[in-house]
Write a protein that binds this ligand. Sequence first.
Ligand code: AMP
Length: 211
Amino acid sequence: MNIIFFGPPGAGKGTQAELVSKELNIPTISTGAIIREALKNQTKMGKEAQSYIESGALVPDSVVIGIIEERLAKDDCKNGFILDGFPRTIPQAEALDKMRAKIDIVVSIELSDETIVERMSGRRVCPACGASYHTKYIPSRDNMSCDKCGTVLTIRKDDDPAVVKSRLDVYHKETEPLEVYYKNKGLLKSVTGKEKLEDTTAATFAVLGIK
Ligand code: AMP
């Protein structure tokens, strides 16, 4: 199954994508994670993306389309994949349509701006292995360091409240139109983001017909 997780930043797309990925044994491809890794390694692409990501703006379409094209060509995508954070603009969705991968379903996780701001303020990430946590919803065992590798957790620069506000503005302007785009193709399934992670997961699995 080829799945897109769609929704505002901080809606929990990445978390749900990981759970589905384990269940279906297909890879999750997060353009945000790929770009952050490139930034950490200061590759050419990482340096090019830095100012966009840190200010909450979108990285140019040509860059992310290139990332996805390269990633989808890999062998592990043959039996299915999950896209988390791509596409984020109409031109990106159109470029994806031209790639060989046919999308089966777009799961849209819906959440109010108010809840998103609250959620993002508690988000923590591991700078070493990329695992993500939330001080209230998904705390690590000691709520300070990574359960997987022990590194002290940090706050992403783009989770700063002012940056979150501009990421939401960008979402409403550039990304939300994709809802209609996929609805018109009959691919959109909506899930209401719930207070409890397990409840959102149950709703997500239900629309995907898992379990
Ligand atoms: P995310 O981890 O998905 O919230 O992405 C973090 C940041 O990476 C975004 O705010 C953008 O700056 C950049 N980014 C990730 N995916 C895309 C995309 N599909 N198009 C443009 N920029 C992206």
